[in-house]
Design a protein around this ligand. Structure first.
Ligand code: HEC
Ligand code: HEC
Ligand code: HEC
Ligand code: HEC
Length: 504
């Protein structure tokens, strides 16, 4: 018993002694420390995950030198972002060439004289050149022969950050006072902007596509500055402010690289996406609106010009399916002196394969180039074949007119050629010679050929009904010059005879 008491007392003494030692915190404290460390590690882990998620957002720091909220002169942004600006300035280069692209002003009409026939009676038969870099946008639209005294201001829409600036200015007249957001002002002022003429705004629109077109200067986050895209999303029941960061890396391009038309008397810039963005959806949309851009000079068919449905075509391809954005290929990351930044020299990715494709594809550079070329060559061949039958379809309809078929008798064939050409143009006007979605492009070209041949078959029947059974005599359009001379005869009202001599 004594021993027991002794032991207890020794224990007590020992514990008392420990309790009085400096720094001793008892066993419960060890457990507390263990628990606290576990909790801290857990929250650090959460924080790390969150940092990783926001990496891209956090990477963009707000400007150190303040930028005016509506600064349209990109050089004024340069002090904050010298690397982005320097790479942006490289778009001045306009001599780069790839097999089907590059930034020189390739003359499409020289290269494909059939285009003169297909666009007969429309500006694109006079001049149609390959796009250059963004920095040339204002200069190029001022020079084009396609602009005349009645051209609406809507044509400026995709050329300059002065466009959103002017819209905001008009928006402030509609929504006076403070408090309206950038987007609200933009939407409020857009109608007044479009209703002006191109020439009325000439003095106000001077800066080429630049920083303000894609960025909010306060936060440097990506921002949509074009009302047409915001409105097209709204009509589809989508909110453009709720999309993912990766989708924004495509949507900033979709502000301009899309199919569009000028709606109604106010020439309101509108994307024809209410039924969807496939070529069939757009055909249905335009047919329901009874919309046409011009009357064809040879066939007198009401035609629709497709613009450059890059976003829509891309959306049907494997890269969109795998969530690869326009920016991943056209504005890849670069590293300079250990600093990683986004290359703002927007151009053909084939001029920068190492940064754009090789990040994901471990094929050699030559193999990548030849894979792209083999895709593009096939689409080009499909285009050539459809261009040929489409041109012949326009002449067949003209031959029907020559034998006396009236407008009622020609409604069906004109509708067929309109639908065929709209399909061909969806592929032809889309940039990249089919690379963005090869199968979709070939699918659409087969539909174009089918419709054009149906049209020609029907024309053969009409000719026969009128008693003409000889072949149609197709004129020469093998060069840009001969093609332009030919279509001038049609627009001047003295077309050549398309019937074989001695018949009728
Ligand atoms: C997987 C990579 C990739 C993606 C994603 C991509 N492109 Fe391209 N793009 C290309 C390639 C390759 C070409 C062909 C370039 C050539 O022929 O020189 C091209 C061509 C173009 C061209 C014509 C450039 C020229 O020099 O002829 C434009 C404009 C374009 N793309 C816009 C877009 C837009 C807008 C998007 C998103 C909606 C997009 N691209 C998505 C790879 C891509
Ligand atoms: C504000 C409208 C607008 C926006 C936004 C825009 N583009 Fe463009 N893009 C144009 C116009 C207009 C041209 C033709 C310029 C010219 O030829 O003068 C063009 C030309 C191009 C070219 C051809 C350049 C060359 O040198 O071959 C490529 C590639 C291109 N854009 C890709 C993109 C990509 C990728 C995005 C998104 C990151 C984008 N664009 C955003 C309007 C725009
Ligand atoms: C056609 C659209 C477009 C234009 C025009 C544009 N940018 Fe960007 N910029 C982007 C995209 C896309 C990114 C990538 C952003 C992301 O992934 O969050 C980017 C990223 C940036 C970043 C973040 C850092 C980096 O390099 O990734 C800065 C800073 C920047 N841009 C500055 C500028 C400046 C300065 C200009 C004008 C000289 C400009 N941008 C013009 C689309 C554009
Ligand atoms: C961010 C990653 C990424 C980038 C950048 C990228 N690709 Fe791809 N690419 C993919 C993915 C993912 C696929 C689909 C592969 C699969 O699912 O099997 C693909 C598929 C392809 C295919 C096969 C298409 C088919 O239908 O079989 C080709 C060709 C191709 N890419 C070319 C390119 C070229 C050329 C570039 C540069 C201009 C490029 N890619 C840039 C990710 C990328």
């Amino acid at each position: 018993m004594k021993n027991q008491a002794m032991n207890d007392s020794v224990k007590d003494v020992n514990s008392d002694h420990k309790r009085t030692l400096p720094g001793y915190r008892g066993p419960w404290m060890g457990w507390m420390l263990f628990a606290a460390t576990t909790v801290a590690v857990f929250f650090l882990g959460l924080l790390f995950a969150s940092i990783m998620e926001r990496r891209n957002e956090a990477k963009i720091r707000p400007p150190l030198v303040p930028i005016d909220p509506l600064e349209t002169d990109s050089s004024q942004w340069a002090a904050n972002w010298p690397r982005e600006f320097a790479s942006y300035m490289r778009m001045q280069e306009d001599a780069t060439k790839t097999k089907y692209g590059g930034s020189f002003a390739r003359d499409y009409l020289e290269e494909t004289p059939a285009n003169v026939v297909l666009f007969a009676g429309y500006g694109f038969a006079e001049e149609y050149k390959q796009a250059r870099g963004h920095i040339h946008a204002v200069e190029d639209v001022r020079k084009t022969k396609r602009v005349n005294s009645t051209t609406p201001a809507t044509c400026w829409s995709c050329k300059s950050p002065d466009v959103p600036r002017k819209m905001i200015e008009y928006g402030r007249l509609v929504l006076p006072g403070e408090g309206a957001s950038f987007e609200e002002l933009l939407l409020a002022g857009a109608g007044d902007f479009y209703a002006k003429t191109f020439h009325q705004l000439k003095g106000h629109i001077t800066h080429p596509i630049g920083c303000l077109d894609c960025h909010d200067p306060e936060t440097m986050q990506l921002r949509i500055s074009r009302p047409a895209l915001i409105e097209a999303f709204k009509r589809q029941g989508r909110d453009i402010n709720q999309v993912s960061h990766q989708e924004m890396r495509t949507l900033v391009c979709a502000q301009c690289h899309v199919e569009y038309y000028f709606k109604g008397d106010g020439d309101y810039l509108t994307f024809p996406w209410d039924e969807g963005t496939t070529v069939e959806n757009m055909d249905d949309y335009y047919a329901a609106q009874k919309f046409s851009d011009w009357t064809h000079a040879i066939s007198k068919a009401p035609m629709v010009k497709m613009q450059h449905p890059d976003y829509e075509v891309y959306g049907t391809g494997i890269h969109a399916f795998r969530d690869v954005s326009c920016v991943d290929c056209h504005m890849p990351y670069r590293t300079e002196g250990g600093v990683k930044y986004t290359d703002h020299h927007v151009q053909s990715p084939l001029l920068n394969i190492a940064n754009s494709c090789s990040v994901c594809h471990r094929w050699g550079e030559e193999e990548i180039r030849s894979r792209v070329a083999s895709i593009q060559d096939k689409v080009r061949e499909g285009r050539d074949r459809s261009e040929r039958v489409l041109s012949l379809a326009h002449f067949d309809i003209a031959a029907c007119m020559e034998v006396g078929a009236n407008d009622d008798e020609l409604t069906k064939v004109r509708d067929l050629v309109r639908r065929a050409q709209l399909r061909w143009d969806y592929v032809a006007a889309n940039n990249g010679m089919g690379f963005h979605s090869p199968q979709e492009c070939m699918r659409i070209l087969t539909a174009a050929v089918e419709l054009a041949q149906e049209c020609r078959l029907e024309c053969g029947r009409i000719l026969a009904l009128k008693g003409y059974t000889n072949p149609v005599k197709y004129p020469d359009y093998s060069t840009k010059e001969s093609a332009q001379r030919l279509i001038r005869q049609f627009t001047d009202g003295n077309p050549p005879s398309l019937l074989a001599p001695g018949v009728n």
